[in-house]
Design a protein around this ligand. Sequence first.
Ligand code: UD1
Length: 345
Amino acid sequence: MSKSKKILVTGGAGFIGSHTVVELNQAGYEAVIIDNFSNSEKGVIEQIEKITGIAPKIYEGDCNDIQLMQNIFDQEGLFAGVIHFAAYKAVGESVEKPLDYYHNNLNSLLILLRTMENFKVSNLVFSSSCTVYGEPDLLPVTEESPKKQAESPYGNTKAISEEILEDTVKGKNSNLKAVALRYFNPIGAHPSSLIGELPLGVPNNLVPFITQTAAGLRERLTVFGDDYNTPDGTCIRDYIHVVDLAKAHVKAFEYLENQGNDSFFDLFNVGTGKGNSVLEAIKTFEQVNGLKLNYTIGQRRSGDVEKVFAKVDKSEKLLNWKAELSLDQALKDAWGWQKKLSNIK
Ligand code: UD1
């Protein structure tokens, strides 16, 4: 691979974005970030530099700002491609503010695609989600498993975005080559504890809630239901270490570059292929970190699926990617990051 291929990373200061910038730097790419810091902090750039020795260039602004997007493509010269993370991602908030979600997540994708077309940039890696599978009829889910009606506007923006990409590549004269990565449940943090997740307010997701409870920021964790049809009654998910997930983006990018010039769209599951229950996640967290967690069993959360985990053969075969880090490691790293945030020795 020739060194210093430039990649635009939208939302590159965020949780998955920042870990991907680290992996891109370490693979010899030059990452250029655009981020409006609506759900991230500026300090992350310095931390990326501490890990990789390289401070990525950053444009502060919104991907919905068409003028800014054009200026970036203009100033930076030819991008080898784009990895598009920038989006809102809070399920509950999307139910309360659907228009904000449709506008932000879809409009920014449309502006990006238009700008890529204008500047003849072909390669795109898009952040999608296993949320498009809803409650699957068969497990593990493959990329061919049917998409289900989204439970939330957030989920719908992912489903619609995939359709936008699918239609765009079929357009006359399209030069777009795009892959959507369907993330399962990203958790953990960089093992250096220099970057990680920074949830705004009360976390909705399980692992940040666990680590904040362990740190004493939350009184107790509520397990949302133990009457599901699973071995221990709690929901099952495919928890993937964010560093593995970040590496999948580098592999997806290499995959795009290795294809011919014909436009195409393809989808890949990015998970471990293994399902763990909520109680297993809690017990593993306690065990690997030598802690006791204050938790209680509560009501089901509406909109939760019972079980979902990935079949990852397609990613292994075509992207030459496989998750390598364990749940133990992810939960150790998640706690390492929380200790850093909370100043716990
Ligand atoms: C959620 C979203 C999903 C999104 C993903 C992004 C919902 C319904 N789904 O996935 O669309 O792509 O985040 O990361 O919000 N749990 C508890 N107690 C808690 C928090 C969670 O028991 O305080 C349980 C949940 O019931 C679930 C599991 O932990 O069984 C994982 O929850 P979460 O981390 O929120 O992820 P998902 O719901 O799978």
